[in-house]
Design a protein around this ligand. Sequence first.
Ligand code: NAP
Length: 247
Amino acid sequence: MDSVAIVTGGSRGIGRATSLAAAKRGYKVVVGYASNKAAADEVVGKIEASNGKAIAVKCDVGNEADILDLFRQADAFGKLGALVNNAGVVDATARVDEMSAARLTRMMNVNVVGSILCAREAVKRMSSKHGGSGGVIVNLSSVAATLGSPAQYVDYAASKGAIDTFTVGLAREVSAEGIRVNGIRPGLIDTEIHASGGEPDRAHRLAHTIPMKRVGTADEIANAVVWLMSDEASYVTGTIVDVSGGR
Ligand code: NAP
């Protein structure tokens, strides 16, 4: 395969695991990162050490100019076949009556607007309507979209609810143009996102609430992402897969 996959937030956590898994499946991977260049370079180095191809590109998905540059660099790398809208942020635990407008704007801008803008750029390249030859988009949602995350981060849960609706709508919009669009709703996964919300142990603290009684790994999410990207999922579109140990 000589197709390019863009993974936003591909430097750490689920994005890192997805970048490595996509490379194993033969994709040339564009590893997006917000600020941690060293982490992105480590992922690229690991892919290259296994004879794969990858580049690291700085792209804050909250910034449209960065997104346009990400896709320009991907174009120079090869033909776009897949986009994984993985970059996402949480914030400190808070009730809605404590949330500032600045917090809400960042949350929606990164998690929702960023994903939609990346999808826009992907559709322009993949859609048969624009002369493209198809492709796949996978959006990272969260089980939070179904639980609402009360007294933790309802704003984050709402942003992921928007991603679910966007996934269904975009899938139906471009299904006849060669593009499949699906989502993954991870449960509690062992990554650094919990530390970024001020609670490094969050996933493990809540493990007893998960029907399978354990947190998930980034690889377990990545496996589902690359399956949705593959021809094995050729008749799957507009679907959101829960990968959550039953949560
Ligand atoms: P993570 O460990 O915190 O990694 C976040 C990744 O996204 C990093 O590569 C980071 O880049 C990048 N990133 C952060 N802000 C960004 C921005 N504004 N623009 C572009 N990239 C940005 O997160 P994760 O746990 O792997 O989560 C990945 C996705 O899964 C997110 O959408 C998250 O909401 C979703 N999810 C995670 C869990 C979970 O339990 N972990 C559960 C449900 C859903 P740098 O390295 O440069 O900082």
